[in-house]
Structures are given as C-alpha cells and as structure tokens.
Design a protein around this ligand. Structure first.
Ligand code: CO
Ligand code: CO
Ligand code: CO
Length: 318
C-alpha cells in the first residue's frame, strides 16, 4: 500500500502500513492487541457456496498470518440486482460456514449493487502484543517453510478454459478451502520469526515483502516448491494469468535467477494465489520441530529456502 499517506502515528499502533504486512495490529492493553484486515474479490468458481467459502478463508488468512485468532467478521458483498437472491444466499452461507469453522462470529456486513459480484470479509482478531508475528523479522540462517502448494491462479485459468481435470479441480478447491488455522497453531506453538500468507502478489511477491521488511535476502530452492497437480502442465501450455506477468514486471529486477531454473517454474512462482498458505521464517534449530508438527497437515508443505545476509538482490532462485 505504497500509495497511502504515512500519517498514522500512535504508540499503540504495532503494525501499520509501512511494511506491507497482512493486517494492522493495535495494542489495547499489555495483554491484548486487535488485528484488523479486509479482503474481497470476484468469483473464482461458478459454485456460489464454494466461492463464498474460498473468499472467507482468504479473508481470515491475514489474521492467521499475524499469528492471531480471528474473532469478529463482517460480510462485504457487491452483486448485480439481476442476480438471483438464492445465489447471494449461497455465497453468504459459504462465508458463514468458514467463519464458524474458524471459531469467529459473523456480526454484520454491508451490501451494495455492483455490475460484477464481489465478496469477502472484514475480520478482527486478537493476539497478545508480545506474540505478534510480522513479515518483517526474518533472521539470517532461518529456514523458510511454505504450508500450501502454489499454482492456483494457473489452475483457476484452466478451470475457466474448461481444461481442468476433475482430480486437479478437487485438489485445487481443497487447497483454497483449507484454513491456515492449523499451520498458525503449530507455528505459534514452536515460536517463529516471521510469517506472511501467499495471495495475489504470488510467492515471490510476498517473499520480497518479507526480505525487504526484514532487511535480509533469501535463497529459494526451485526444486522444492510444492506445486498443485496440473499447474506445471498448464503453465507449459501458456495458461498463465495476466497477474503473474504484472507481478513479474514489478519485481523481477530484484530477483536473481540461476540458469538452470526453467521458465515455466518462474510462471508458477509469480502466479497470483487465491487463499494460499503461510510462508514461515523459523530459526533453523526449531524448524525440525515445526516440520514434525505440520505432518498432520492436510496440505503439502515444504522447506523452500533459507534466509541469507542482505545482497544486491532480494531473492536468488537456485
Ligand atoms: Co496477506
Ligand atoms: Co489480504
Ligand atoms: Co504479517
């Protein structure tokens, strides 16, 4: 949010807009801080109930990325007046079910008429101020763990082009419907240095926010990236969303790519994600414990890189 004026000064504002973090954090007292965030987007699938769930999971994710527990949620919904009210009800039911699964409360919302449907949530969560996790505290020597496979933007495009196979669609949906609550619980149990969730800016975009915010560089292991089934094949066919290219254009000068890295993999790394996983930066000596705890995870997770001293690039892909 570099376009916003930096006028917010308050000693209790623990995380504001300066470090492109996932949510704002405001300290209420020594034991309580509120985490606040908002997110909404246009439908990624035709099924309104699934769309509502995905949008809600995505919105709740920013609270988990800060280490917090989501508590209060409000609907934001835009839809054309010609849209059947049953469809709107299905979207809201999807959102409600995920809010409930997260242990949060739906406390209201706001609806406006708009040409294209949009749905999401404004979520408030809580955390002890001393436990706040930001994207700006990765330490040299840390291990980087990604808790969900990537490639959902490419697969969503394959879905729209009616090319996606049932099996690929099912794993894509399951991936987007998985709350980051499990990964959040485990990373808080172990104690980690930094975290962000992977959404529209792609893995590399959110990783750069972490390295810039933390004043470090990152070595990324291209062979170890968990990728959704089918995504590589569709990327090879040229099915790459526009957003991947704009992400690339925006940050490519800060990335060093080893000659052996295939072009198609870069498409995946720049691919904008919907309801992606957490990128966690954890001290090496704690990383095995975290990996052990993540074993019960329903999604693919992997060590994908390490934090290194600040170089003249943000990320080196090897
Ligand atoms: Co985020
Ligand atoms: Co967000
Ligand atoms: Co954060």
């Amino acid at each position: 949010m570099r376009l916003l004026p930096k006028v917010n000064k308050d000693e209790n504002l623990l995380v504001g807009i300066e470090t492109s973090d996932d949510a704002a954090v405001y300290k209420i007292d020594d034991n309580t801080a509120i985490i606040q965030t908002v997110d909404f987007f246009t439908p990624v699938v035709d099924d309104p109930y699934i769309y509502g769930q995905i949008a809600a999971v995505n919105s709740l994710s920013d609270v988990y990325a800060m280490g917090g527990t989501p508590k209060l949620a409000m609907n934001i919904i835009c839809f054309p007046s010609c849209l059947d009210s049953n469809i709107v009800a299905e979207i809201l039911k999807g959102g409600y079910d995920k809010i409930k699964e997260a242990g949060a409360l739906l406390i209201g919302g706001h609806t406006i008429e708009d040409e294209e449907p949009k749905y999401g949530l404004s979520v408030s969560g809580f955390i002890n101020p001393k436990d706040v996790v930001t994207n700006a505290n990765a330490k040299v020597g840390d291990v980087l763990i990604l808790t969900k496979p990537i490639g959902s933007g490419i697969l969503n495009l394959a879905y729209r082009g009616e090319l996606i196979k049932d099996k690929e669609y099912n794993s894509l949906i399951e991936n987007m419907l998985t709350l980051n609550s499990f990964a959040r619980d485990k990373m808080m149990e172990v104690g980690i240095n930094a975290c962000t969730d992977i959404t529209g800016f792609g893995l590399l975009g959110h990783m750069i926010e972490m390295s810039e915010g933390s004043d470090v560089s990152i070595k990324l292991y291209s062979k170890d990236i968990p990728i959704l089934e089918g995504a590589l094949e569709y990327a090879k066919m040229g099915l790459v969303p526009e957003g991947a290219y704009s992400n690339e254009k925006f940050i490519k000068d800060k990335i060093k790519v080893n000659d052996t890295v295939e072009r198609v993999l870069l498409d995946i790394l720049y691919d904008p994600q919907t309801s992606g996983g957490l990128l966690i930066s954890v001290a090496k000596e704690k990383s095995n414990k975290l990996l052990e705890l993540l074993k019960e995870n329903t999604t693919d997770y992997s060590v994908i890189g390490e934090v290194i001293d600040k170089r003249n690039y943000e990320i080196e892909i090897i």
